[in-house]
Design a protein around this ligand. Structure first.
Ligand SMILES: C[S@@+](CC[C@H](N)C(=O)[O-])C[C@H]1O[C@@H](n2cnc3c(N)ncnc32)[C@H](O)[C@@H]1O
Length: 338
Protein backbone atom coordinates (compact mmCIF):
# COMPACT_ATOMS: atom_id res chain seq x y z
CA UNK A 1 0.00 0.00 0.00
CA UNK A 2 1.24 3.53 -0.79
CA UNK A 3 0.68 6.38 1.65
CA UNK A 4 -2.43 8.51 0.99
CA UNK A 5 -1.99 11.74 -1.01
CA UNK A 6 -3.67 14.24 1.29
CA UNK A 7 -5.62 13.86 4.52
CA UNK A 8 -3.20 13.24 7.35
CA UNK A 9 0.30 14.12 6.19
CA UNK A 10 1.83 13.58 9.64
CA UNK A 11 0.95 11.02 12.27
CA UNK A 12 -1.16 12.62 15.00
CA UNK A 13 -0.33 11.88 18.66
CA UNK A 14 -1.44 8.39 19.68
CA UNK A 15 -5.00 7.85 20.86
CA UNK A 16 -6.12 6.53 24.24
CA UNK A 17 -7.06 2.89 24.67
CA UNK A 18 -9.61 1.41 27.05
CA UNK A 19 -9.92 -2.40 27.24
CA UNK A 20 -12.86 -4.18 28.89
CA UNK A 21 -13.11 -7.86 29.69
CA UNK A 22 -16.64 -9.26 29.62
CA UNK A 23 -19.61 -10.23 27.52
CA UNK A 24 -20.14 -7.28 25.22
CA UNK A 25 -23.94 -7.12 25.39
CA UNK A 26 -24.38 -5.82 28.96
CA UNK A 27 -21.27 -3.63 28.58
CA UNK A 28 -22.67 -2.04 25.41
CA UNK A 29 -26.04 -1.52 27.05
CA UNK A 30 -24.33 0.66 29.68
CA UNK A 31 -22.89 3.06 27.07
CA UNK A 32 -24.58 6.35 26.14
CA UNK A 33 -26.36 6.79 22.76
CA UNK A 34 -24.41 8.21 19.80
CA UNK A 35 -21.06 8.03 21.59
CA UNK A 36 -18.86 6.56 18.81
CA UNK A 37 -17.82 7.85 15.38
CA UNK A 38 -16.74 4.51 13.96
CA UNK A 39 -17.50 0.96 15.06
CA UNK A 40 -15.73 -2.06 13.56
CA UNK A 41 -16.48 -5.62 14.65
CA UNK A 42 -15.17 -9.00 13.61
CA UNK A 43 -17.39 -11.45 15.50
CA UNK A 44 -16.90 -15.22 15.53
CA UNK A 45 -17.85 -16.45 12.04
CA UNK A 46 -19.87 -19.46 13.26
CA UNK A 47 -17.45 -21.91 11.69
CA UNK A 48 -18.86 -24.64 13.95
CA UNK A 49 -15.55 -25.34 15.73
CA UNK A 50 -13.22 -23.81 18.30
CA UNK A 51 -10.74 -21.34 16.81
CA UNK A 52 -7.30 -22.24 18.10
CA UNK A 53 -3.81 -21.00 17.34
CA UNK A 54 -0.96 -23.06 18.80
CA UNK A 55 2.52 -21.65 19.41
CA UNK A 56 5.13 -24.22 18.37
CA UNK A 57 8.90 -24.49 18.72
CA UNK A 58 10.59 -26.50 15.95
CA UNK A 59 14.05 -28.06 16.37
CA UNK A 60 16.12 -30.38 14.17
CA UNK A 61 16.06 -33.94 15.46
CA UNK A 62 16.30 -37.40 13.85
CA UNK A 63 13.32 -38.57 15.91
CA UNK A 64 11.28 -35.55 14.77
CA UNK A 65 7.55 -35.78 14.01
CA UNK A 66 7.72 -33.54 10.90
CA UNK A 67 9.63 -33.87 7.67
CA UNK A 68 10.86 -30.66 6.03
CA UNK A 69 13.11 -29.53 3.19
CA UNK A 70 15.42 -32.26 1.78
CA UNK A 71 13.86 -34.84 4.08
CA UNK A 72 15.24 -33.31 7.30
CA UNK A 73 13.27 -34.24 10.40
CA UNK A 74 12.05 -31.71 12.97
CA UNK A 75 10.74 -32.08 16.49
CA UNK A 76 7.86 -29.75 17.45
CA UNK A 77 7.01 -28.69 20.97
CA UNK A 78 3.71 -26.98 21.76
CA UNK A 79 4.54 -23.88 23.83
CA UNK A 80 0.97 -22.75 24.38
CA UNK A 81 -2.24 -21.92 22.60
CA UNK A 82 -5.03 -19.38 22.45
CA UNK A 83 -8.61 -20.26 21.57
CA UNK A 84 -12.20 -19.11 21.55
CA UNK A 85 -15.47 -20.92 20.85
CA UNK A 86 -17.02 -20.38 17.41
CA UNK A 87 -20.21 -22.43 17.31
CA UNK A 88 -23.70 -21.08 17.86
CA UNK A 89 -27.05 -22.88 17.71
CA UNK A 90 -28.75 -19.67 16.72
CA UNK A 91 -26.18 -17.22 15.39
CA UNK A 92 -28.62 -14.42 14.61
CA UNK A 93 -30.18 -14.65 18.04
CA UNK A 94 -26.67 -14.07 19.46
CA UNK A 95 -25.62 -11.31 17.06
CA UNK A 96 -28.73 -9.21 16.40
CA UNK A 97 -29.07 -7.65 19.91
CA UNK A 98 -25.41 -6.60 19.63
CA UNK A 99 -25.98 -5.11 16.17
CA UNK A 100 -28.89 -3.09 17.57
CA UNK A 101 -26.55 -1.71 20.23
CA UNK A 102 -24.02 -0.77 17.53
CA UNK A 103 -26.70 1.20 15.72
CA UNK A 104 -27.75 3.01 18.92
CA UNK A 105 -24.13 3.84 19.79
CA UNK A 106 -23.22 5.46 16.47
CA UNK A 107 -22.87 9.24 16.24
CA UNK A 108 -25.03 10.92 13.54
CA UNK A 109 -22.21 10.86 10.95
CA UNK A 110 -20.82 7.53 12.14
CA UNK A 111 -20.20 4.28 10.28
CA UNK A 112 -20.45 0.64 11.18
CA UNK A 113 -18.22 -2.07 9.71
CA UNK A 114 -19.05 -5.75 10.16
CA UNK A 115 -16.43 -8.31 9.18
CA UNK A 116 -17.72 -11.82 8.32
CA UNK A 117 -17.28 -14.53 5.73
CA UNK A 118 -19.49 -16.40 3.26
CA UNK A 119 -21.11 -18.59 5.94
CA UNK A 120 -23.30 -15.97 7.66
CA UNK A 121 -22.90 -12.73 5.70
CA UNK A 122 -26.15 -13.02 3.72
CA UNK A 123 -28.33 -13.64 6.77
CA UNK A 124 -26.63 -10.85 8.71
CA UNK A 125 -26.99 -8.42 5.78
CA UNK A 126 -30.76 -8.92 5.86
CA UNK A 127 -30.77 -8.37 9.63
CA UNK A 128 -28.69 -5.18 9.29
CA UNK A 129 -30.99 -3.84 6.55
CA UNK A 130 -33.79 -4.19 9.09
CA UNK A 131 -31.85 -2.38 11.84
CA UNK A 132 -30.15 0.42 9.85
CA UNK A 133 -32.53 0.62 6.85
CA UNK A 134 -31.67 -0.67 3.37
CA UNK A 135 -30.59 2.78 2.20
CA UNK A 136 -27.95 2.91 4.96
CA UNK A 137 -26.03 0.05 3.36
CA UNK A 138 -23.13 1.66 1.48
CA UNK A 139 -20.70 -1.08 0.45
CA UNK A 140 -19.79 -4.71 0.73
CA UNK A 141 -16.00 -4.82 0.75
CA UNK A 142 -14.38 -8.05 -0.31
CA UNK A 143 -11.04 -8.66 1.33
CA UNK A 144 -9.30 -11.11 -1.01
CA UNK A 145 -6.21 -13.04 0.09
CA UNK A 146 -4.35 -16.00 -1.24
CA UNK A 147 -2.95 -18.33 1.34
CA UNK A 148 -3.36 -21.89 2.53
CA UNK A 149 -4.69 -25.11 1.13
CA UNK A 150 -6.82 -25.34 -2.02
CA UNK A 151 -9.89 -27.52 -2.46
CA UNK A 152 -10.08 -30.12 -5.23
CA UNK A 153 -13.91 -30.22 -5.05
CA UNK A 154 -14.92 -26.55 -5.39
CA UNK A 155 -13.46 -23.04 -5.82
CA UNK A 156 -11.37 -22.37 -2.72
CA UNK A 157 -12.90 -19.65 -0.55
CA UNK A 158 -10.18 -17.00 -0.15
CA UNK A 159 -12.06 -13.87 0.82
CA UNK A 160 -13.88 -12.23 3.73
CA UNK A 161 -16.87 -9.87 3.50
CA UNK A 162 -16.95 -6.50 5.25
CA UNK A 163 -20.34 -4.73 5.30
CA UNK A 164 -20.38 -0.95 5.67
CA UNK A 165 -23.50 0.81 6.99
CA UNK A 166 -23.81 4.54 7.69
CA UNK A 167 -25.91 5.83 10.58
CA UNK A 168 -27.23 8.40 8.12
CA UNK A 169 -26.66 7.65 4.41
CA UNK A 170 -26.97 11.40 3.56
CA UNK A 171 -24.00 12.47 5.70
CA UNK A 172 -21.19 10.24 6.77
CA UNK A 173 -17.44 10.68 7.09
CA UNK A 174 -15.53 9.47 4.02
CA UNK A 175 -12.13 11.12 3.46
CA UNK A 176 -11.26 10.39 -0.15
CA UNK A 177 -7.83 12.07 0.18
CA UNK A 178 -6.91 9.68 2.98
CA UNK A 179 -7.19 6.64 0.72
CA UNK A 180 -3.88 4.93 0.06
CA UNK A 181 -2.88 4.23 -3.54
CA UNK A 182 -2.27 0.86 -5.14
CA UNK A 183 -0.41 0.01 -8.35
CA UNK A 184 -2.26 -0.17 -11.68
CA UNK A 185 -2.56 -3.69 -13.09
CA UNK A 186 -1.45 -2.42 -16.51
CA UNK A 187 0.65 0.72 -15.80
CA UNK A 188 1.68 0.90 -19.47
CA UNK A 189 -1.90 1.89 -20.38
CA UNK A 190 -2.12 5.01 -18.16
CA UNK A 191 1.11 6.97 -18.68
CA UNK A 192 4.04 7.49 -16.30
CA UNK A 193 2.51 10.18 -14.03
CA UNK A 194 -0.62 8.21 -13.26
CA UNK A 195 1.36 5.00 -13.00
CA UNK A 196 3.70 6.56 -10.42
CA UNK A 197 0.78 7.90 -8.37
CA UNK A 198 -1.16 4.62 -8.44
CA UNK A 199 -4.93 4.28 -8.22
CA UNK A 200 -7.47 4.12 -5.41
CA UNK A 201 -8.74 0.66 -4.49
CA UNK A 202 -12.30 -0.42 -5.35
CA UNK A 203 -14.56 -2.46 -3.08
CA UNK A 204 -12.25 -5.46 -3.58
CA UNK A 205 -9.18 -5.19 -1.38
CA UNK A 206 -6.25 -7.51 -2.08
CA UNK A 207 -4.19 -7.91 1.06
CA UNK A 208 -2.13 -10.72 2.53
CA UNK A 209 -3.23 -12.41 5.75
CA UNK A 210 -1.13 -11.81 8.89
CA UNK A 211 2.04 -13.74 8.18
CA UNK A 212 2.37 -16.75 10.52
CA UNK A 213 6.05 -15.89 10.98
CA UNK A 214 5.94 -12.08 10.70
CA UNK A 215 6.36 -9.32 13.30
CA UNK A 216 2.64 -8.46 13.32
CA UNK A 217 1.58 -11.93 14.51
CA UNK A 218 0.31 -12.11 18.10
CA UNK A 219 -0.54 -15.83 18.24
CA UNK A 220 -4.25 -15.08 18.72
CA UNK A 221 -6.52 -17.02 16.32
CA UNK A 222 -8.17 -15.20 13.40
CA UNK A 223 -6.08 -12.05 13.86
CA UNK A 224 -6.86 -9.52 11.09
CA UNK A 225 -4.16 -7.56 9.23
CA UNK A 226 -3.36 -4.00 10.27
CA UNK A 227 -3.28 -2.85 6.64
CA UNK A 228 -7.02 -3.49 6.22
CA UNK A 229 -7.94 -1.84 9.52
CA UNK A 230 -5.73 1.20 9.03
CA UNK A 231 -7.46 1.88 5.74
CA UNK A 232 -10.86 1.78 7.46
CA UNK A 233 -9.71 4.00 10.34
CA UNK A 234 -8.01 6.57 8.11
CA UNK A 235 -10.82 6.98 5.61
CA UNK A 236 -13.83 6.69 7.92
CA UNK A 237 -12.76 8.78 10.94
CA UNK A 238 -10.76 11.84 11.94
CA UNK A 239 -7.86 12.02 14.42
CA UNK A 240 -9.33 12.47 17.90
CA UNK A 241 -12.50 10.52 16.99
CA UNK A 242 -13.94 7.84 19.30
CA UNK A 243 -13.84 4.29 17.97
CA UNK A 244 -15.19 0.97 19.24
CA UNK A 245 -14.51 -2.73 18.63
CA UNK A 246 -16.61 -5.01 20.82
CA UNK A 247 -15.24 -8.33 19.47
CA UNK A 248 -11.68 -7.09 19.82
CA UNK A 249 -9.63 -10.34 19.92
CA UNK A 250 -5.94 -9.49 19.74
CA UNK A 251 -6.68 -5.75 19.40
CA UNK A 252 -5.82 -5.26 15.71
CA UNK A 253 -8.44 -2.54 15.27
CA UNK A 254 -7.31 -0.97 18.54
CA UNK A 255 -3.72 -0.79 17.34
CA UNK A 256 -4.73 0.78 14.01
CA UNK A 257 -6.95 3.31 15.82
CA UNK A 258 -4.52 4.36 18.56
CA UNK A 259 -1.52 4.53 16.19
CA UNK A 260 -3.53 6.89 13.96
CA UNK A 261 -4.53 9.14 16.87
CA UNK A 262 -8.07 7.93 17.55
CA UNK A 263 -9.37 7.03 21.02
CA UNK A 264 -10.64 3.48 21.14
CA UNK A 265 -12.71 1.23 23.41
CA UNK A 266 -12.06 -2.51 23.03
CA UNK A 267 -14.19 -5.28 24.52
CA UNK A 268 -13.64 -9.04 24.58
CA UNK A 269 -15.06 -11.83 26.72
CA UNK A 270 -11.95 -14.02 26.53
CA UNK A 271 -9.28 -13.39 29.21
CA UNK A 272 -6.61 -14.62 26.75
CA UNK A 273 -7.61 -11.88 24.31
CA UNK A 274 -7.33 -9.30 27.10
CA UNK A 275 -3.84 -10.54 27.98
CA UNK A 276 -2.74 -10.38 24.32
CA UNK A 277 -4.14 -6.84 23.94
CA UNK A 278 -2.49 -5.68 27.13
CA UNK A 279 0.91 -6.80 25.77
CA UNK A 280 0.34 -5.66 22.22
CA UNK A 281 -0.99 -2.20 23.09
CA UNK A 282 1.36 -1.56 26.04
CA UNK A 283 2.94 1.40 24.25
CA UNK A 284 -0.41 3.23 24.43
CA UNK A 285 -0.64 2.64 28.22
CA UNK A 286 -4.15 1.12 27.98
CA UNK A 287 -6.66 1.28 30.81
CA UNK A 288 -7.73 -2.34 31.42
CA UNK A 289 -10.98 -3.03 33.23
CA UNK A 290 -11.70 -6.58 34.32
CA UNK A 291 -14.75 -7.93 36.12
CA UNK A 292 -14.40 -7.78 39.88
CA UNK A 293 -13.30 -11.14 41.31
CA UNK A 294 -16.08 -13.28 42.71
CA UNK A 295 -15.75 -13.24 46.48
CA UNK A 296 -17.41 -15.99 48.52
CA UNK A 297 -19.57 -14.46 51.26
CA UNK A 298 -17.93 -14.68 54.69
CA UNK A 299 -19.62 -14.84 58.06
CA UNK A 300 -18.67 -11.27 58.91
CA UNK A 301 -19.21 -8.78 56.02
CA UNK A 302 -15.93 -7.08 55.03
CA UNK A 303 -16.10 -3.39 54.27
CA UNK A 304 -14.71 -2.55 50.82
CA UNK A 305 -11.94 0.07 50.85
CA UNK A 306 -12.58 3.26 48.91
CA UNK A 307 -10.84 3.43 45.53
CA UNK A 308 -10.92 -0.36 44.95
CA UNK A 309 -11.49 -2.21 41.69
CA UNK A 310 -15.07 -0.99 41.42
CA UNK A 311 -13.91 2.61 41.43
CA UNK A 312 -11.96 2.43 38.16
CA UNK A 313 -13.14 5.19 35.85
CA UNK A 314 -13.28 5.26 32.09
CA UNK A 315 -10.41 7.18 30.53
CA UNK A 316 -12.23 8.57 27.57
CA UNK A 317 -13.87 11.87 28.53
CA UNK A 318 -15.45 14.24 27.44
CA UNK A 319 -18.09 11.74 26.33
CA UNK A 320 -17.06 8.98 28.71
CA UNK A 321 -18.00 5.40 28.10
CA UNK A 322 -19.19 5.26 31.68
CA UNK A 323 -18.11 1.64 31.75
CA UNK A 324 -15.53 1.89 34.55
CA UNK A 325 -17.43 1.53 37.79
CA UNK A 326 -20.38 -0.17 36.13
CA UNK A 327 -22.44 -2.41 38.36
CA UNK A 328 -22.37 -4.81 35.40
CA UNK A 329 -18.89 -5.76 36.53
CA UNK A 330 -20.03 -6.91 39.92
CA UNK A 331 -20.35 -10.61 40.67
CA UNK A 332 -24.05 -10.43 41.49
CA UNK A 333 -24.95 -9.07 38.09
CA UNK A 334 -22.70 -11.40 36.13
CA UNK A 335 -25.03 -14.31 36.78
CA UNK A 336 -27.94 -12.23 35.49
CA UNK A 337 -26.00 -11.29 32.33
CA UNK A 338 -25.05 -14.85 31.43
C1 LIG B 1 -12.81 -13.23 15.18
S1 LIG B 1 -12.24 -12.88 16.78
C2 LIG B 1 -11.70 -11.20 16.65
C3 LIG B 1 -10.31 -11.10 16.07
C4 LIG B 1 -9.79 -9.68 16.00
N1 LIG B 1 -10.44 -8.90 14.99
C5 LIG B 1 -8.29 -9.66 15.77
O1 LIG B 1 -7.83 -9.12 14.76
O2 LIG B 1 -7.58 -10.25 16.59
C6 LIG B 1 -13.75 -12.74 17.68
C7 LIG B 1 -13.60 -12.42 19.15
O3 LIG B 1 -14.89 -12.25 19.72
C8 LIG B 1 -14.82 -12.61 21.10
N2 LIG B 1 -16.18 -12.83 21.60
C9 LIG B 1 -17.04 -13.83 21.28
N3 LIG B 1 -18.21 -13.67 21.94
C10 LIG B 1 -18.10 -12.53 22.67
C11 LIG B 1 -18.99 -11.83 23.54
N4 LIG B 1 -20.22 -12.26 23.78
N5 LIG B 1 -18.54 -10.68 24.12
C12 LIG B 1 -17.28 -10.21 23.87
N6 LIG B 1 -16.39 -10.86 23.05
C13 LIG B 1 -16.81 -11.98 22.46
C14 LIG B 1 -13.94 -13.84 21.09
O4 LIG B 1 -13.35 -14.05 22.36
C15 LIG B 1 -12.91 -13.49 20.01
O5 LIG B 1 -11.76 -12.92 20.58
Amino acid sequence: MRRPRGGESERPPPGRVEIHEGDNLPLLAALPDASFDLIYVDPPFNTGRDQERRRLRTERGDDGDRVGFQGRRYRTTVLGSARYADHFDDYLEFLVPRLREAHRLLAPTGSFFLHLDYREVHYVKVALDGIFGRDAFINEIIWAYDYGARSRRRWSAKHDNILWYARDPRRYHFDHDAIDRIPYMAPGLVGPVKAARGKTPTDTWWHTIVSPTGKEKTGYPTQKPLGILERIVRVHSRPGARLLDFFAGSGSFGEAAAALGRDVVLIDANPEAIAVMERRLARFAPQVLRPAPIVEPTAAPVEEPAGGAHEAVSILPPSPTGLGPSPLHTPGNRAKDA
